[in-house]
Design a binder for this molecule. Structure first.
Ligand code: NAD
Length: 490
């Protein structure tokens, strides 16, 4: 157990000040690699939400009056600053969520920097409009304006990434922002806010941690002008209900059950990596919205692919200390999710699925036994072969290092299985037949389709889902509203 003195305390950021939650309420942050409390964060209330909204509302007009180029200068400075704090932020993210340091430090931190630079370059887009000649003596034009106060609600699986995507473009467009990280992983976001606060004017960016209680108080507030959630479908439905009395634009980035489809003519070596280490067995243990959790393989190459996948998993996946740069997969991020993933493995087998790789959990899942991590939330990368897509493990989001594997005969069959889900976030297609790839792109029901690659995301690519995976995107234009103006010259 950690000693009390080693437990770090973090505070909300409201109006440029670091403050505790009202009534001193706190939440313990658990390090999922060892089950120990390592930090405490505010458990904010409706009163804290009220203070954050008041601060954002007051700060907004001044920020909105800055020119696009002035706002860009702030955002570029933030991009520069992140690199200086990269090591610390990566370490906090790893301790809080279990996402391995080799990905948080070498992948995540540079990604955050590029998002801030991209947002800085996009500020001018937020003020571009159109001119429409109506008659020789009259014309219309459109003005783009910021919305006001934007609330970003974060999940626990990728706090810093979702924070950045939500805050950077909202700020670029001239809005004031309130970020509410997940109660299961708030530390990196609270510290991130503290760092960004050294550059931004007070009140422009506020960070308030806590659970759904403060989340609801924020999203339903009548002075909040847009809500962007990355999270589950149930929370999205709750937000629709609680914003009904004060309607506002909503952006929902929700879950997935993404198919990763391998045709017999594919480059098998690339496909093996694309469906395993790059598809679902990620550094944050498959807790990734676009995880390719349904692997579909064409019959003629099924046995060969499965055998190569198992070999790749054996050779490349190392579960253990997330702060060790040689570790490739971390633990499940919290106990509730750990129990859910374990339960789904059992359900899969009870439903008739065949466990073909993995399936162990707890310290048995560790690549090398290590007493320091025996209480961590470990789940071994797991493949379950299935015959039907109607099983619960093929239909419900598991959100862990668990994938189903199923064979198909024809392109039509692959497409039917791929689309047989209520979700529509990502889809992977592995083939050297361009015509087949093109047909799949046209007919797959997904917000993102990757051909001969998987999970390629970045600020230059719009990202979002269809069906129950959500709607809208955290783009600069969604952070603006359009005003139509008409002028009679004479
Ligand atoms: P969750 O829905 O349980 O929680 C998300 C956030 O909503 C948390 O901050 C929580 O406190 C808050 N919240 C809960 N109730 C609320 C309410 N009534 N009003 C306002 N806020 C409320 O999701 P999670 O378990 O933290 O995250 C995992 C989910 O996120 C998965 O479904 C995953 O697929 C999804 N996700 C999607 C993307 C994407 O880009 N599409 C990315 C990452 C994660």
């Amino acid at each position: 157990m950690e000693t009390v003195s080693s437990i770090r305390e973090f505070h909300n950021l409201i109006n440029g000040e670091l403050v505790p939650a009202s009534f001193g309420r706190k939440i313990d942050s658990i390090n999922p690699a060892n089950g120990n409390v390592w930090a405490r964060v505010p458990s904010s209330t409706a009163e804290d939400a009220e203070n954050a909204v008041a601060a954002a509302k007051q700060a907004f007009p001044k920020w909105a009056r800055y020119s696009a180029m002035e706002r860009a200068a702030f955002l570029r400075q933030i991009g520069d600053l992140i690199a200086q704090h990269g090591e610390e932020l990566a370490m906090l993210e790893t301790n809080d969520s279990g996402w391995v340091i080799r990905e948080t430090s070498y992948g995540l931190i540079p990604a955050l920097t590029s998002i801030w630079y991209d947002a800085a370059g996009a500020t001018a887009i937020a003020s571009k409009g159109e001119t429409i000649q109506l008659s020789p003596t009259s014309f219309g034009y459109t003005l783009r304006e910021p919305l006001g106060v934007v609330v970003g609600i974060l999940p626990w699986n990728a706090p810093l990434f979702t924070f950045t995507i939500k805050a950077a473009y909202a700020l670029a467009a001239g809005n004031a922002v309130i970020i509410k990280p997940s109660e299961f992983a708030s530390v990196s976001s609270l510290r991130y806010g503290e760092i960004l606060n050294t550059i931004l004017p007070p009140g422009i960016l506020n960070v308030v941690s806590g659970d759904g209680e403060v989340g609801e108080a924020l999203v339903s507030h009548k002075e909040v002008n847009r809500v962007t959630l990355t999270g589950s479908g149930n929370t999205a439905k709750a937000i629709v209900r609680s914003t009904a009395q004060a309607p506002k634009p909503l952006t929902f980035e929700l879950g997935g059950k993404s198919p990763n489809i391998v045709f017999a003519d594919a480059n098998i070596e690339k496909a093996v990596e694309g469906v395993t280490t790059n598809g679902i067995f990620t550094g944050n243990a498959g807790q990734i919205c676009v995880g390719g959790s349904r692997i579909l393989i064409q019959r003629p190459i099924f046995e060969e692919m499965v055998s190569l996948m198992k070999e790749k998993m054996r050779e490349d996946l190392r579960l253990g200390d997330p702060l060790d740069p040689s570790t490739t997969m971390g633990p499940i991020a919290n106990e509730i999710q750990y129990n859910k993933v374990r339960n789904f493995i059992e359900i899969g087998v009870q439903e008739g699925g065949t466990l073909i790789a993995g399936g162990r959990y707890g310290e048995d899942a560790l690549s090398v036994k290590d007493a320091r991590f025996s209480n961590g939330y470990w789940v071994e990368p797991t493949l379950i072969q299935v015959q039907r897509n109607s099983l619960r493990i093929c239909q419900e989001e598991i959100f862990g290092p668990v994938a189903t594997v199923m064979s198909f005969e024809t392109e039509e069959e692959a497409l039917a299985i791929a689309n047989d889900t209520s979700f529509g976030l990502g889809a992977g297609v592995w083939t050297t037949n361009l015509a087949c790839a093109q047909r799949m792109i046209k007919t797959l029901q997904a917000g993102n389709v990757w051909v001969n690659t998987y999970r390629r995301v970045g600020p230059e690519l719009p990202f979002g889902g269809v069906k129950e995976s959500g709607f809208g995107k955290d783009s600069i234009l969604e952070n603006t509203q359009e005003k139509t103006c008409v002028i009679e010259v004479e």
